[in-house]
Design a protein around this ligand. Structure first.
Ligand code: GAP
Length: 515
């Protein structure tokens, strides 16, 4: 099945099994805003918990906070978001549709790269075993011509962005003869910068002075609390402050399901370090975060680093951890060396000192910051898209399963009485009562046992426990494992340990620790 079809199946599976719904669906939805259903909320919570435990609980020098979404408006002046948090936009005069100019150009380049790939694929088919892709790319005239075209456009575009030359960005669109996908025309407006922050007003009167923003990143709540936490927690540099929470961006091109949303959740950590040591910590956090992603078990080949060419206004080094989503490798997490930009800016705008006295150096300084920032919704999509499998079974039927790491599964145990009578439901409830204090459990008595197994496979439940008449005689049950579909007979007493062994966070967290 091609990746587009798999992606479509994942989206409909998410809705059918209560993971993700379009927001306000009964009113035809709200673009790029989504709700998490009963299964999605559990999976999202488990992902958040795994991040929190790995970052906060496992590090003595990292603490977590929960700052407000609304912040004093000057925060965003200081952080640079009022002046520099923009996307370049262009409108087509015929269709009246608005596009991100950078996306139009990048998609045009992707089309050229697609042509190159077609040539490569054709040649591979023609030459078979003897085909050498590298040599072909270096020597084939059509490939070379197209590669030069793509490189030239990207170089020109990068230069235009760096100089903030919007007229040149428009000229690239004209010169590349990019047409509006809706009207098919090349009738473009000027390119304008569009700020991505949502604003609202505080208090009863709508005046300019009451305008506040919905935070576009959680990081600023950490920066403005840097001294509060450092002093109240007696933290010593290097130390980190972590938080998870909602962020809002008025994304223009919002698509690919929960990949790019207007309301989303971030999990961020700011690590405060001595100036001059930031590159060492930047490399430490790159490795540590990559290790964390790999611990989910989806295979190292699905992750890669991408170093930023154009750095954000606050960074002196930055990279993304990219993930192989069904639509290709895309950013999952950002790791940024943010220098002392933010703390210094808040010092300047607030008039308050945000400095640390380093007892070892006997000196005050504004710490440098290394940030790790991962989108929880993107992480959810990454996990869902690799866990989702459509398997052909030996009997010719198809099974749809979510091969989630057991500790992330929304439901850990399904308890299934074979029949709805003879005291089996009561026994099933006893087992739920035994397990529910430590594990999310569900009870299901409807349909054949085979159908019930399939329903649990589809939401990723690692264990199904079946109660039958023998259970009443000898206190044993059948436990079925999701991944292997193997069943074994065990005594009820053994259940808490069998389940705990597989679903606890402990093993995953132990695997993260060096040595
Ligand atoms: N504090 C730094 C910061 O916000 P970013 O690269 O703009 O950096 C960090 O965002 C992460 O937040 C991204 O890697 C992505 O996972 C997530 N993210 C950003 N915009 C998003 C959006 N519109 N929808 C979903 N997730 C988003």
């Amino acid at each position: 099945m091609n990746p587009d079809d798999i992606f479509k199946n994942i989206i409909s599976h998410s809705k059918e099994y209560g993971f993700i719904f379009q927001s306000s669906e009964i009113y035809d939805g709200l673009s790029a805003v989504y709700d998490y259903g009963q299964m999605g909320a559990e999976l999202k919570k488990n992902l958040r918990d795994y991040w929190w435990k790995a970052m906060v609980q496992m590090h003595e020098n990292i603490v977590g906070i929960d700052s407000a979404i609304f912040m004093h408006p000057t925060t965003w002046k200081a952080s640079g978001h009022v002046d520099a948090f923009n996307d370049p936009l262009i409108d087509n005069k015929d269709s009246k549709k608005r596009y991100r100019a950078d996306v139009l150009i990048e998609e045009h380049v992707a089309k050229i790269e697609g042509k190159i790939q077609k040539e490569v694929d054709k040649a591979r088919e023609r030459f078979g075993e003897a085909f050498n892709e590298a040599t072909f790319r270096e020597t084939n005239a059509r490939v070379l011509e197209n590669q030069a075209k793509a490189d030239a456009i990207l170089a020109r575009f990068k230069d235009a962005l760096e100089k903030n030359n919007l007229e040149e960005v428009r000229q690239i669109i004209i010169d590349c003869e990019i047409v509006c996908p809706v009207s098919g025309s090349k009738n473009w407006t000027e390119v304008r910068q569009f700020n991505l922050m949502f604003s609202t007003s505080m208090g009863a009167v709508t005046e300019d002075s009451n305008v506040i923003y919905l935070r576009p990143e959680t990081a600023q709540g950490i920066f403005v609390n840097f001294l509060n936490v450092q002093k109240s927690g007696r933290m010593k540099v290097p130390f980190g402050i972590a938080q998870t929470g909602k962020a809002f961006r008025n994304e223009i091109v919002a698509r690919q399901f929960i990949f790019r949303m207007r309301e989303f959740e971030q999990m961020e950590m700011q690590f405060f370090v001595r100036p001059g040591t930031e590159m060492e910590w930047y490399n430490y956090w790159k490795a540590t975060r990559m290790n964390w992603h790999n611990s989910l078990g989806f295979g190292q080949a699905n992750y890669r680093f991408h170093d930023h060419i154009k750095l954000a206004h606050y960074a002196n080094a930055a990279c993304d951890i990219e993930f192989n989503f069904p639509f290709g490798f895309k950013e999952l997490e950002g790791i940024h060396s943010r220098t002392d930009f933010d703390l210094k800016a808040h010092e300047k705008f607030s008039g308050k000192k945000l400095q640390y006295f380093d007892p070892e150096l006997n000196q005050n300084y504004v710490p440098y910051v290394v940030e790790t920032s991962v989108g929880l919704d993107r992480l959810f999509l990454a996990v869902l898209s690799k866990a989702y499998v459509e398997e052909k079974l030996e009997d010719g039927t198809t099974r749809v399963a979510l091969n989630l790491p057991a500790f992330l599964a929304p439901i850990k145990v399904a308890v299934l009485p074979l029949v709805k009578k003879d005291g089996l439901p009561e026994k099933a409830r006893e087992i739920i009562n035994l397990l529910k204090y430590d594990n999310a459990c569900t009870y299901d008595e409807k349909d054949t046992i085979g159908k019930r197994y399939r329903r649990q496979d589809a939401i990723g439940t690692p264990f199904c426990i079946t109660i039958d008449h023998q259970t009443l005689e000898d206190n044993t049950v059948t436990i079925r494992h999701r991944d292997t579909m193997q069943q074994e007979r065990v005594s009820i007493e053994q259940l808490p340990q069998i389940v705990e062994e597989k679903v606890s966070f402990k093993k995953a967290l132990q695997g993260l620790m060096p040595g």
